[in-house]
Design a binder for this molecule. Sequence first.
Ligand code: ADE
Length: 292
Amino acid sequence: MRAKLPTGVLLGAAVWLAVSSSGVPAEPITVVLGAQTREVAALREELRDRQDHKILGLPFWEGRLAGRRVVVAKMSAGKVNAAMIATLAIEHFRPAEVLVTGIAGGLHPDLAPGDLVIARQTVQHDMVRHSDSGVEYRGARHPVTGRRASAFLDMPTTLVAIAQQAAARVSFIPLVGDDRRTSPHLVRVITGIVATGDAFVESESKRRELREQLNADCVEMEGGAVAQVCYTLGVPCLVIRCMSDMADQTAMADLEAFADAAALNSARLVYAIVDLLHDGQLDALTLQQKKK
Ligand code: ADE
C-alpha cells in the first residue's frame, strides 16, 4: 500500500518539478532563514557565485551552497518578521523547501547549551484562546478555505529523516562539559517539538508551562510562523535549532555566552542537510516512502 505523504511534501514537489519558461525543469532552490546576523552570516559567507537581491528593500542572498542553489535571508526576531520574509522568499524564489536555522532556549531536561533540536512539529505557544477555565492552543485558519489547522504543524518526515542523517555527519562544537557529556555524546541532537512565540522566555514558570502543556523541547520566536506560511502555501519546511540557553532566569546571560557557537552548530547542520539534498537524498527518501 502507498504511504500517505504529508500534503506539504506533495505540494512542494509540485513547486519543485515546476518547468521553467524554456521547458527545462527548474533547478530546485532551498531557502534558508535565520533571525539574527550570527544565524545567517556563516552560511552567507559560504555561498559561491553569490547574487544579492533586494525585494521591497529587504536583502536576500542567492548562491550555491554545497553545490545546491540556495537563498539565505535574515528575518530579524519575531513572528511577523518571520512570516514576512518567508512569504517574500516563497513568492520570489519558489523554493523546493524552506529551512529555519538558529538558536533557542532548551526545555527538554536532557538538553544543554550546544545541543540541537530537529523539529518534528512546531507549535505557536501564543496562538491561544484564554478563558477562566484555562488556555486552549489553536491552529490558524486558512485564509481561503477557513479551515483551522492543528495547533501542532508536522514537518515533512522526509526532511526530518534527512536532517537526522545529516546530523550524524556533522562535527558540532561542544558548549558545556559536565559528567553526562563524555565523548561521543558531547553534543546531543534530538527530534522534537519547537514552540514559537513573540516572547523571549527567561522564566522558570513559563518554561515549565511550555514543557507541561505542549511537551515542547525548545522555545524560539520564528519557526512556527515560518511553518504556518509554508503550510498555507504548500512548501515543505524544516526548523533546526541549537540551544543557546535554557529559557530560565539566566537565559539572557547564557545566550550572550553561547549564542555565536550555537548559531554555528545550527548552520553546520543546515549545510549538511543542503549537501544531502544536493545529492538527491530527498528523491530517494520520497521514493522509498511511495513504495511502502
Ligand atoms: N531564542 C534563544 N533563546 C530563547 C529564549 N529563551 N526564548 C525565546 N527565544 C529564544
